[in-house]
Design a binder for this molecule. Structure first.
Ligand code: FAD
Length: 384
């Protein structure tokens, strides 16, 4: 990386970026084990120069530090329509890579102190009102391929929607992914969140994944590297998943489709699936969530005291008992139908949604002693 490509020393953006990058590195758990390729040394064919559109001076400065790409680079791009909540601020820079080489080249040539945020289908994400600093990457069509690579193994791109993968597997006569049929995210988000429903989760059928780190180095990750636990994985926070392989079981198409229909009917009856929402707002508490710890459900190991604790109620039951079903802040409301879902009735800001969530956490803590932990990822900066 040439020194000229970096952001000038006096830039306030640089300090913010550095602090955020340091925090991200601190938060990372462990590097993946197996590097599989080197980053490309040459620019991709047909590289084009980006054009700063509607950028403020901070964003124009950022844009100038970035390499030429074949994909789309947009400054000050609103992310509201890219999330299920349909609210929130803009990305300083949004990058939609043309393909893997474009992404790898971009990562390889982008100053490493610029923060990078991944956005999938935005079904588990709340973008705060003042937007996301640095670069937000969203994978597009080039990353949505689906292939059967063996009798019972499929390879899918990280931008393929879970629902599309489930339907395609069913049509192909492969079972095991029916639970994806009602999850509105994409594969990258499913890997990061260990998405699951109706008794199965991503870890159950995962074989391996491929990812880039922020320098564009590619890794192959095994199940052990991924360290899946309840609605999370332990792979380094900075990894960008690009594709994965799943184990399926050849089966009768009609039976697979019937199973998917059952799941759809159960979901329709219990969840506000046509609303602007982020799905379950809070994780179901695990042992250790009562009392002082706020992180009891993340770690894999339990203390002896935790092992002997009674199982804690599900998040929705704790919210209900605390009197929060239907609780409202502006146009944000805890769903009457499934009270662990927050609904944006139309004009809720990200701040309304987050404030409502924090209010619910406080009421549940006061009522039951349990600290609820956010399952929804909140990204960006809040309004003052
Ligand atoms: C109506 C509704 C119902 C839902 N039901 C369920 C359910 O039954 N089960 C369930 O598990 N979840 C459910 N969810 C939550 C959500 O759909 C899942 O968490 C989903 O896996 C998120 O995927 P996404 O692509 O939307 O991720 P996003 O919301 O875009 O991102 C989520 C996280 O994944 C990271 N990420 C996304 N793509 C990548 C990538 N390529 N590389 C690295 N990191 C990446 C993001 O940085 C972020 O940290 C529901 C949500 C809604 C709105």
């Amino acid at each position: 990386m040439s020194a000229a490509a970096k952001i000038p020393a006096q830039s306030p953006m640089k300090a913010a970026i550095k602090a955020s990058t340091k925090a991200a590195i601190k938060a990372a758990t462990k590097p993946p084990t197996k590097a599989v390729t080197k980053s490309p040394a040459k620019p991709p064919a047909k590289a084009v120069t980006k054009s700063p559109i509607k950028a403020n001076s901070r964003q124009a400065e950022l844009l100038n530090a970035l390499p030429p790409v074949r994909g789309k680079l947009k400054a000050n791009k609103s992310l509201a329509d890219m999330t299920w909540f349909r609210t929130g601020g803009a990305a300083d820079i949004l990058f939609v890579p043309a393909d893997r080489d474009d992404l790898q080249y971009f990562l390889n040539h982008t100053p490493s102190d610029i923060p990078i945020t991944m956005l999938g289908a935005g079904s588990n994400t709340l973008v705060r009102d003042n937007g996301v600093a640095g670069i937000t990457i969203k994978l597009g069509k080039a990353f949505a391929d689906m292939r059967r690579i063996d009798n019972d193994i499929i390879h899918v791109g990280a931008a393929a929607l879970d629902m599309t993968v489930a339907r395609w597997a069913a049509k192909t006569g492969l079972s095991g992914l029916e639970f994806y049929s009602g999850i509105p995210g994409a594969i990258g988000g499913a890997l990061r969140m260990n998405a699951g429903a109706y008794g199965r989760e991503t870890a159950d059928c995962f074989i391996r994944a491929w990812a880039f780190d922020k320098y564009g180095k590619q890794y192959e990750l095994t199940k052990q590297d991924m360290g899946f636990t309840y609605r999370t994985c332990a792979a380094d926070d900075e990894l960008i998943f690009i594709s994965a392989e799943y184990q399926t079981v050849p089966a009768d198409k009609a039976k697979i489709i019937a199973h998917m229909n059952e799941i759809a009917a159960a979901r329709e009856a219990t969840q506000p699936i046509r609303s602007r929402t982020g799905g379950s707002t809070f994780r179901n508490p695990q042992s250790g969530s009562r009392g002082g710890s706020q992180s009891g459900s993340r770690g894999g190991s339990q203390s002896e005291a935790q092992k002997t604790e009674k199982p804690i109620k599900k998040a929705w039951a704790l919210i209900d008992e605390a009197g929060c079903r239907g609780l409202r802040k502006g146009d944000a409301q805890m769903s009457e139908q499934h009270c662990n879902f927050i609904i944006n009735h139309g004009t809720a800001s990200a701040s309304d949604i987050e404030t409502l969530g924090e209010d619910v956490r406080a009421r549940v803590k006061s009522n039951s002693g349990v600290f609820l932990e956010w399952e929804i990822k909140r990204i960006g900066e809040a309004s003052q």
